[in-house]
Write a protein that binds this ligand. Structure first.
Ligand code: GDP
Ligand code: MG
Length: 438
């Protein structure tokens, strides 16, 4: 992560002369990163060509920061590609809107429907959910459960098997009940693909949605273009939501979905729970595509673990001590969403705290802290604990009642994390403001 683009740009800086070859190498490196992020080949080719024409070597005359010029061109070009030029329909309070969700099974439609409803409920809307998925067994129960949890009215049936009928019924009912945002969840699978798209066409025709949202799994990659296009042809998709961006997916497929539907991304899903939902923001998304890590989002999250005022000076000194790690562990223990935080830190991999194994992760942190409790002040404040010879390690193990190999683990882990942190370009990040957050 964070690797190839940064490396390519660093190489450019090292090159004494920036000639066509250096630029070409850099562009190849960037192409590779984009392909790895699941961006479609055709798109990568276009990005490359466009950047080449934007960045003429004259613009890279002496005195200008070459890396910045290229980086700016890449980011600018990707932002442009993510913007289809027309904004998506947004529901208005007090006047009934119908929003239909489409997407393949497993993409996250049912989960996202509820998140979307909850998002607007918080804004003062009265949303309602309609389950028009009669194909998947248990679909109605799932929606019912989600809706009840979020206290949102819902409509569906265990008996009626005609999805069009249920959709119309639900939309009519909630219109009468004066709901102003009626959300229709649909099926994502059928015995035959053609039948699924025909069903989407019929539901769309019968409920006349103001907006059709295509939901895609952030990790689907190359398949995104065809999928999005197929749904666009059966119901006129007007917006995209990318789910599962809490995992390792960089979301390159989303670029293809935007291209195929000529619709903007409006939200991203960042977890299985209802609040794990964010309005789409193009800059961090592009950073992530390029493997630069979602730094602004990261800083925001990290604020909760350690106030930026304390963290930034410490990191810019390049001194990531054991004590700093200890303090972080301490703060992390007081927080719930460990996995999420860790997944956002580029280079801090899931192996430390595996997804779905947050409990074990917490236990590990506790063990590590017990070991660190047996270290001296001097050892805790040392960036690279050279003081730690074998006999010290044995003492610490004895003192903490843990095996020596675990002491070694702590030191290894610290070294790895310290190295990773020292590479994060925190110096370039504006401090997140603490006074204008929701
Ligand atoms: P549907 O078949 O399109 O209705 O998809 P579901 O809503 O049933 O979701 C499929 C699976 O993906 C479920 O296990 C969800 O909990 C999970 N899921 C949905 N959105 C997200 C997300 O943003 N992040 C993660 N990690 N999981 C998600
Ligand atoms: Mg579903």
């Amino acid at each position: 992560l964070g690797g190839s683009i940064a490396r390519a740009l660093a190489r450019m800086k090292d090159a004494t002369v920036v000639d066509d070859k250096v630029l070409a190498d850099c562009l190849n490196e960037i192409s590779r990163a984009l392909l790895q992020a699941d961006v479609r080949f055709e798109t990568v080719r276009d990005v490359k060509a466009n950047i080449k024409s934007i960045v003429s070597l004259d613009a890279l005359a002496a005195g200008t920061d070459k890396r910045r010029v290229i980086q700016k061109a890449v980011v600018g070009e990707l932002c442009r590609m993510l913007d289809p030029g027309k904004p998506a329909f947004t529901p208005g309070k007090g006047k009934p809107s119908v929003v239909m969700f489409v997407g393949l099974q497993g993409s996250g439609k049912t989960t996202t429907c509820t998140k979307y409803a909850d998002y607007y409920r918080r804004k003062g809307f009265s949303p309602a959910l309609v389950c028009a998925d009669t194909f998947r067994a248990g679909a109605f129960d799932q929606l019912k459960q989600n809706a009840s949890k979020a206290k949102i009215p819902f409509h569906g049936s265990y008996i009626v098997s005609d999805p069009v009928k249920i959709a119309v019924e639900g939309v009519d009912r909630f219109r009468n009940e004066k709901c102003d945002l009626i959300i229709v969840d649909t099926s994502g699978r059928h015995k035959q693909e053609a039948a699924l798209f025909e069903e989407m066409r019929q539901i769309s025709e019968a409920t006349k949605p103001d907006l059709v949202i295509f939901v895609m799994d952030g990790s689907i990659g190359q398949a995104a273009f065809d999928q999005a296009q197929a749904f666009k042809q059966s119901a006129s998709v007007g917006a995209v939501i990318v789910t599962k961006m809490d995992g390792h997916a960089k979301g390159g497929g989303a670029l293809s979905a935007v291209a195929a539907t000529r619709s903007p991304i409006i939200f991203i899903g960042t977890g299985e729970h209802i609040p794990d939902f964010e309005a789409f923001d193009v800059k961090p998304f592009v950073s992530r595509l390029l493997g630069m890590g979602d730094l602004s989002g990261l800083m925001d999250k990290i604020q909760n673990v350690m106030p930026a005022d304390e963290l930034l000076p410490k990191l810019t000194e390049g001194a990531f001590t054991l004590r700093l790690l200890y303090e972080m562990f301490q703060n992390l223990q007081n927080m719930g969403s460990l996995g999420q935080l860790f997944s956002m830190i580029p280079g801090l991999p899931a192996q430390f705290i595996e997804k779905g194994k947050e409990k074990e992760g917490q236990a590990k942190i506790k063990r590590y802290m017990t070991i660190m409790d047996s270290m001296t002040e001097k050892e805790l404040d040392n960036t690279y604990p050279k003081l730690m010879n074998e006999s010290r390690m044995k003492r610490i193990a004895r003192g903490s009642g843990r095996p020596v190999n675990e002491v070694v683990d702590v030191l290894e882990e610290h070294k790895r994390i310290a190295k990773m942190w020292s590479k994060l370009p925190f110096q370039n990040i504006k401090r997140p403001s603490t006074n204008n957050r929701d």
